[in-house]
Design a protein around this ligand. Structure first.
Ligand SMILES: [Zn+2]
Length: 367
């Protein structure tokens, strides 16, 4: 099969055509028939696993089964297995989420001691998350999995987690998962147990504001966001970066990440511009009244740490704060339209101070 730029050449009714690879699933030319699997058992190794009507992630969910439960395997088909999940009731599960063993029959659904996770566990954030054969998007997709699935990692490489896929190594980008370790919140630190979403504004084809020296806002936002994230993590917070590379994310996606994690605080980091090039200073915005205390605390933290003029806490009609049910604020750290301020904003010293100011603000807010 020919493949170019993510498109696959296919034969359809004797004619050749192209189809976008992301909309198809690959099968070996002769699809493997289901084989019976007498004597095999399946032990669930994730907290919850969907049992489906047929061997496809798109088929109807029949029920869910739990970590540690053991089932007799009736059939195997590719990466799927058919189990008897209740007396006389059959369904399919993705074999990746458990362990297959030869060990005779068990009473359906019996519990065994759940294996204690000794490595880091991560949970997928998005539906249709790709598992790949290697640590980059250039590697082939071996499976697509739903949001909320927990995977054990066995290593990390270039921002990708190595996970075990049906006994074979597979890779998942660290940007599409969150930590699922119960122990991560008991690490200690002033912010332990709190989930903070750090949102670097813009990204990818959306560069944000452009400075007088052509500084792209998106890069500065990410610098400060990364610095803030490491300070928060060092103090025990569970930090979710909406992006940790130069990628595009829509505003609704940023808001749904805030909701999905039930974030205790959301900080969206931006840099400003004004037609009047003399305008300078930093501003902290909120859209809903319940977000004002966080905006005030963050403004107070920034005021202590950076020397730019303080334009205060203000109401602002921004999507990420307006549509957010969590305590979310948007910070404009300074004006790229002002040449001398742009120079300050570009310095890593300022970025470090700004991140520290945001961090102090968050500490005070949660105190
Ligand atoms: Zn912006």
């Amino acid at each position: 099969m020919q493949e170019k730029y993510g498109w696959l050449q296919i034969d359809y009714n004797g004619k050749k055509g192209w189809i976008a690879k992301e909309y198809v699933s690959l099968k070996t030319s002769a699809e493997k028939p289901a084989t019976s699997a007498a004597g095999l058992t399946f032990t669930v190794q994730v907290d919850l696993l969907n049992v489906r009507e047929s061997s496809s992630l798109k088929s109807n969910k029949l029920t869910t089964i739990k970590r540690g439960q053991v089932f007799n395997v009736l059939k195997q088909q590719d990466l799927w297995i058919q189990i008897e999940y209740a007396a006389g009731k059959k369904g399919w599960v993705y074999s990746f989420y458990g362990a297959l063993s030869e060990g005779g029959n068990v009473t359906e659904g019996s519990n065994v001691t759940a294996q204690k996770a000794d490595s880091k566990s991560v949970q997928t954030i998005y539906n249709g998350t790709n598992l790949r054969t290697g640590p980059s998007t250039n590697h082939a997709v071996v499976a697509r999995i739903d949001a909320g699935q927990t995977l054990k990692t066995t290593g990390e490489e270039n921002g990708w987690y190595k996970v075990t896929y049906n006994g074979q190594p597979a890779f998942i980008s660290s940007t599409v998962v969150k930590s699922a370790n119960a122990s991560s919140s008991s690490r200690g630190g002033a912010l332990s147990g709190l989930t903070i979403v750090v949102d670097a504004g813009h990204g990818g084809h959306d560069g944000g504001t452009v400075g007088t020296r052509n500084t792209l806002e998106k890069h500065l936002n990410l610098e400060v966001a990364s610095k803030l994230a490491s300070k928060l993590r060092a103090n025990g917070a569970n930090v979710v970066l909406t992006r940790d590379s130069d990628t595009y994310l829509s505003l609704p996606t940023r808001v749904s990440i805030s909701h999905q994690y039930a974030a205790d605080a959301v900080v969206s980091i931006h840099h400003d511009a004004h037609a009047d090039r003399s305008v300078r200073g930093f501003t902290t915005y909120y859209s809903n009244d319940f977000q004002k205390p966080l905006a005030d605390a963050i403004n107070g933290g920034l005021k202590q740490q950076i020397t730019l003029p303080n334009r205060g806490t203000q109401y602002g009609d921004y999507y990420i704060t307006r549509e957010n049910t969590r305590s979310a604020v948007l910070v404009e750290l300074g004006y790229l339209s002002n040449g001398s301020e742009e120079q300050i904003l570009r310095s890593s010293q300022f970025q470090e101070q700004a991140a520290y100011g945001l961090y102090i603000g968050l500490l005070n807010y949660f105190k």
